[in-house]
Design a protein around this ligand. Structure first.
Ligand SMILES: Nc1ncnc2c1ncn2[C@@H]1O[C@H](COP(=O)(O)OP(=O)(O)OP(=O)(O)O)[C@@H](O)[C@H]1O
Length: 940
């Protein structure tokens, strides 16, 4: 307590309850004083003798705030009847003004460390350590190479991490992710989006997917990378219309179906004008294009791609709607570069020759003169930069440069199963059935659809299930594999519904249907019911929409009730089960009608393409060529010669195309996409982080200090629960409690457990909470160190160096908020000591100590400030040098690359050059601020 007398109107701070704000004396009597804290409405009565109160007194030069919101810079202080009146200049009007302390802002919370220290606003000394460590960890986080990737709840799969690292760090990436079905394009996109957001490159993200995948994307983004997207549909937009704002501007992360935008031109316009940093389009093979008739979807995405700087297109089957459409999708990514289809084909031809020429680089044998010459002919610029080619390392360098300069390599990433180990086998089970009388009439007719799907004959609409032997086969098949799950895919929603009805009427088997006639919520319910291992449906009957993007790898049996006409669609169907996470061999069951077009299609896929038991990357190429033969054979199933010719031609073509593929341009593309030899360091860094205990230790202490209860649950899991004594709300902490783990293995097996990592929002919120609060800004603690002089004291001053620049420039990459800790002894000499504080110094003693040491400590703070500035100068100097060297290298690489690869955009180079200039300026003006002070006294 101050020795001063209390007078009504004076302003005092509570030393024990600083959250009450600034109090005013409202009554004084002989023994006690009553203080009202207007900010919270609380009043307290204290005994005058030992009231835990500090008089708030400002001095010349301080800036103070009035209750009415204006500020005053104090130039003179006068006292009348025990109450202070501040005189000075108002900041808003620049006029002279007076502010009696009675009119000071009640909300005042001292936030300057020295103000808090000298006004005895002290916290437990552990908060100083938490502030310091939070800053140190945050600093490490922003400089780490694994940011946005290490915290994803995924298995570490090299090709995905490579693509994520390669694309996620680009400025405004525009790429086509085209891995074969089920290799993890959604995960790659999630990792890219997450990195872009975490590093400040992107804030606003729009994801467009087919209707049937909206919910799955929502769940994957949340579950894998903790990003909560908002689903937009008409009812949501409608509800937001009243506000008059563009509904798409109300959220940063938006997920919607592409159909929704197609059906509502107004929403499309709003989405266009809302402005995004990044757009993701899944199942991009639907964006069909031809010069005469581009599809509506294509035009819609084209408009968006024209204004959104970052674009990720995803498709497993880029050639599904023809090579021209593939070209058109590349054009969405870079219209300047892909302007003419014929030119593109010529270029492809050249890249294919280059890929051939690269083959010798993969072997350890020395290159002969002819091989070198061929490389020089095809890639003169790259070869000019590489002279010696004998060593493995030199070959690898050249290889990587060639990959880099490879035509579409920078914007097209395609991995094939063939290059990735660990996929299960696929086994085909065919069930030829007798062709019923009623279906005979479509055989040899002129309607291909009816020939393939005879159940659609109008005369049979309501009774085909009674006569089609595939139905009975299904009813017998299901019990034979019970309780194993079965996914059935057929071409139409009606077929799926009718089969569902038959199963309902004629068997007690639990089933569910999934088709385009159902709402998204109904479909998700159906998929969820199917996925329930104990109580769920044994069979899910899907129309073709079930064949895209969905994750059904928990099932091992796939029934193809009919067959699609294109190999890509067949691959999409099988891909529901044959995807990462499938644990058993996949059983593919195909019932078909003997002597019908179905049997032709079956034999074509099986014998002509071998497309059931393996992925068939050449399928669509063969299909394009044999289409007339295929249709002919389907229309004449009773003339075996047609089918034989079809199968024979397809086999031959398939072999040829496979051989071409093998030799052709894919090798460079695949090397580029798989990251072979490039991704090891990243994976090692993530594994090292996974096994480092720093996070769990730090979070354990931090959560404890915040007041979160942590209960060990076994299995490396903890339950976190809020308590009544929390110092403040922690955003992201589930009020009902949440189970967390720091172990990747647990997080990837137990769905409901949160994976806490340096990327996790709860960790960020907890650190932000400490750093934005005043907790720990001033404290006094005891150490008990026999080797140091008893009674000696030190001042620890924590400074923070910050460069102020927009997040988009990523100042954090070179100068994240950097803590500078200066420790001085009583003589003001810097010492290299870190303290293990045993206990806080009692409040009364701390106050006495601070009073006694105030002049000395003020001096020390001044010395510490000087030292911090000089350290900061060195840090800044290094940061500017690193920034210039790193970004300079990036510019040079792109400039070199541009000579041989026009896929490098000028805007990429310009962006980095501008970034260098802006960062240089921001770093030069970085600012050092005192963040916290702690006095440490040795009391062994
Ligand atoms: N690294 C990973 N860790 C854990 N699960 C993964 C990983 N990669 C992929 N998966 C799982 O494998 C399945 C296939 O991944 P994903 O959906 O990303 O593939 P896709 O290439 O987008 O498939 P499609 O071509 O069918 O659209 C999903 O269930 C996904 O959750």
């Amino acid at each position: 307590m101050s020795a001063e007398e209390f007078s009504v109107g004076q302003r005092w701070l509570s030393n024990t309850e600083s959250e009450l704000g600034l109090g005013a004396v409202i009554q004084v009597d002989f023994r006690s004083v009553e203080i009202l804290f207007p900010a919270t409405g609380d009043a307290r009565i204290y005994t005058k003798k030992d009231a835990p109160l500090t008089r708030l007194v400002f001095a010349e030069g301080d800036t103070i705030q009035s209750q009415d919101g204006w500020s005053l810079t104090v130039s003179q202080v006068e006292e009348t009847q025990g109450v202070l009146v501040y005189h000075g200049l108002r900041e808003d009007t620049k006029a002279n003004a007076r502010l009696p302390e009675t009119l000071l802002d009640h909300q005042i919370r001292l936030n300057q460390p020295e103000q808090r220290l000298f006004n005895f606003q002290l916290d437990s000394p552990k908060w100083f350590d938490l502030r310091l460590n939070a800053l140190r960890h945050q600093h490490g986080y922003f400089r780490s190479s694994t940011i946005g990737m290490a915290g994803a709840r995924i298995e570490l799969i090299p090709h995905q991490l490579h693509i994520a690292a390669e694309v996620g760090r680009r400025h405004e990436p525009r790429v086509l992710l085209a891995d074969e079905v089920g290799l993890g394009k959604t995960i790659e996109a999630a990792l890219i989006i997450h990195q872009q957001i975490r590093t400040g490159r992107a804030q606003r993200v729009l994801i467009l997917v087919p209707d049937s995948l909206v919910h799955q994307w929502l769940v994957e983004m949340l579950r894998r990378v903790n990003l909560a997207f908002a689903i937009f549909d008409e009812s949501r937009c409608d509800a937001l219309d009243d506000s008059g704002d563009n509904p798409f501007e109300t959220e940063q992360l938006v997920l919607c179906s592409i159909d929704f935008l197609k059906q509502h031109p107004k929403r499309h316009q709003q989405a266009l004008s809302a402005g995004w940093d990044l757009m993701v389009v899944d199942e991009a093979h639907h964006l069909a294009w031809s010069a005469e008739q581009p599809s509506e979807e294509y035009l819609l995405v084209e408009q968006l791609a024209g204004s959104v700087p970052g674009v990720l297109l995803l498709t497993a089957t880029p050639d599904q709607l023809g090579h021209e459409s593939h070209f058109a999708r590349l054009r969405l990514l870079d219209p300047d570069r892909f302007y003419h289809y014929e030119t593109f084909l010529e270029e492809e031809q050249r890249y294919s020759q280059l890929a051939d020429a690269v083959a010798p680089l993969l072997s350890d044998a020395p290159l002969n003169a002819r091989q070198v010459k061929e490389l020089q002919r095809l890639a003169p610029e790259v070869m000019a930069r590489n002279e010696a080619l004998d060593e493995r390392e030199a070959k690898d360098t050249l290889l990587h440069q060639l990959i880099d300069s490879h035509g579409t390599g920078r914007l097209l990433f395609r991995n094939r199963r063939a290059g990735i180990a660990g996929f299960p086998k696929r086994e085909l089970h065919s069930y030829p059935q007798d062709l019923p009388e009623e279906h005979q009439c479509v055989v040899g007719g002129d309607d291909l659809t009816l020939a393939l799907y005879p159940e659609r004959q109008s005369a049979l609409v309501n009774r085909w299930c009674d006569i089609d032997p595939r139905v009975n086969w299904l009813l017998e098949f299901l019990p034979s594999v019970k309780p194993e799950k079965v996914l059935l895919i057929c071409a139409s929603a009606v077929t799926a519904q009718q089969l569902g009805e038959v199963i309902r009427q004629r068997s007690g088997i639990r089933h569910s249907v999934f088709h385009e006639g159902m709402s998204i919520v109904e479909r998700d319910k159906a998929a969820h019911y199917f996925s329930d291992p104990e109580e769920g449906a044994q069979i899910l009957l899907c129309s073709e929409i079930g064949s895209e993007g969905r994750n059904f790898q928990f099932a091992h049996h796939l029934v193809l009730f009919d067959l699609p006409v294109t190999p890509d669609l067949l691959e999409q169907r099988i891909g529901r089960l044959d995807r990462i996470g499938q644990t058993k061999d996949i059983q593919i069951h195909v019932p078909y009608l003997k002597g019908s077009a179905q049997s032709v299609l079956h034999d074509w896929y099986h014998q002509g393409l071998d497309a059931f038991s393996q992925t068939c990357p050449t399928g669509s190429g063969v299909f394009e060529t044999v289409k007339p033969l295929l249709i002919g054979a389907c229309m004449k199933p009773d003339e075996p010669a047609h089918k034989e010719a079809l199968v024979e031609t397809s086999q031959r073509l398939n072999q040829q195309l496979k051989a071409q593929l093998e030799e052709g341009r894919d090798r460079l593309l695949e090397l580029n996409a798989s990251g072979e030899g490039k991704v090891d360091a990243l994976i090692e860094a993530i594994i090292a982080q996974d096994s480092d205990l720093a996070l769990s230790r730090f979070m354990g202490r931090l959560l404890d200090a915040i007041g979160v209860q942590q209960e060990e649950k076994g299995n490396d899991c903890f339950i976190l629960r809020p308590t009544e004594s929390m110092v403040s709300q922690l955003p992201g902490l589930d009020p009902e409690g949440m189970t967390v783990t720091y172990r990747r293995r647990i997080a990837t097996t137990l769905e409901h457990v949160h994976f806490l990592s340096w990327d996790h929002p709860l960790v960020h919120h907890a650190m932000d909470m400490v750093l934005t609060d005043v907790l720990g800004k001033s404290s006094v603690g005891f150490i008990a160190e026999p080797s140091l002089p008893t009674g000696a004291y030190w001042l620890e001053a924590l400074f923070v160096l910050t460069a102020k620049a927009p997040a988009k420039l990523q100042p954090g990459r070179f100068l994240p908020q950097t803590p500078i800790r200066i420790c001085l002894d009583a003589q003001g000499q810097a010492v290299d000591l870190e303290f293990d504080i045993k206990r806080p110094v009692g409040r009364k003693m701390a106050q006495q100590l601070i009073k006694a040491l105030q002049p000395a400590v003020s001096k020390q703070i001044e010395i510490a400030g000087k030292k911090a500035h000089s350290e900061a100068n060195q840090i800044l100097h290094d940061a500017i040098e690193t920034m210039q060297a790193t970004l300079g290298r990036e510019v040079q690489r792109l400039v070199d690359l541009k000579q041989s690869n026009p896929a490098v955009r000028d805007s990429e180079i310009e962006y980095i050059e501008n970034q260098m200039r802006a960062l240089d300026n921001a770093l030069k003006h970085a600012d050092v601020q005192l963040d916290a002070l702690r006095i440490v006294v040795n009391n062994p």
